[in-house]
Design a binder for this molecule. Sequence first.
Ligand SMILES: NC(=O)c1ccc[n+]([C@@H]2O[C@H](COP(=O)([O-])OP(=O)(O)OC[C@H]3O[C@@H](n4cnc5c(N)ncnc54)[C@H](O)[C@@H]3O)[C@@H](O)[C@H]2O)c1
Length: 269
Amino acid sequence: MGRLEDRVAIVTGGGRGIGQATSLKLAAEGAKVVINDLDPEPANETRELIEAAGGEAAVVVANTVDMAEAQRLVDEAVNTFGKLDIVVNNAGVTRDKMFHGLDDDLFDFVFDANFKTGFHTTYAAMPYLRDQAKKELAENGAVAYNRKIIFTSSVAAIMGNPGQFNYTAAKGAVIATTKTLARELGPFQINVNAVAPGFVETRLTAAKTEGSDLGIPEEMRQMAKAIISLGRMGQPEDIANTTAFLASSEADFISGVTIPVTGGQLGGM
Ligand SMILES: NC(=O)c1ccc[n+]([C@@H]2O[C@H](COP(=O)([O-])OP(=O)(O)OC[C@H]3O[C@@H](n4cnc5c(N)ncnc54)[C@H](O)[C@@H]3O)[C@@H](O)[C@H]2O)c1
């Protein structure tokens, strides 16, 4: 029996990288997973992988930078699986630029994709998380089980990172608001935490190729490895395992924290 039997989870950005690994892990632990992404193809690939392993999943293509889209995502999740217990706010993107070259559009694009997606999805989930818990408390004096919200920050917000003024503004805001929400929602037995990945091998940290918006310079990849105590880049599964733990009842007394998952990256602990 998995740790998340009978739970329903949303994973934003679940089509690739850390979000895909997290969707697979939550499903392997027994959760029914609603995979959200901007792109239908990778999202459906995640769904097929879950189904091939005997799990249950659904796809909702939506850009939750838009509040109405977040509402639609949550409504479709509840219409499909009947309830909602776990929200994993993983969607995010980078568009690195040194500060002096930044403009408002590039700031807003990255801030919104990394911060507003989680804000909106979590907000839309309140009737199913907070109101449901409130009802259980009124009727039974206790909730049926703790519900979980997990945000994705980044070690870049803890250490600072050249070229990521926009990204670290969002990921730092995630750390701060995780604490605030944990305080607000604690009385309803809703745990609110964040993970702060270090260097994890996905398309965001692949070697930057000519003309690509994503990725980082190869020298930076080599430098990253040199400052990781465990001597390797992280894998998406390393983050997925941490998120699954936070989503499980084993983490019922953990709230308001951001867990660095960095392989002991110097300066990022
Ligand atoms: N890879 C790393 O080293 C690293 C380090 C720290 C933090 N993170 C964070 O982890 C999360 C996942 O990153 P990843 O490396 O797996 O990236 P990725 O690019 O491999 O996957 C991210 C997925 O999110 C989707 N997405 C982007 N914007 C979206 C939106 N507005 N709505 C819905 N889906 C959206 C993309 O289509 C993509 O499928 C991000 O929040 C990222 O900032 C990653």
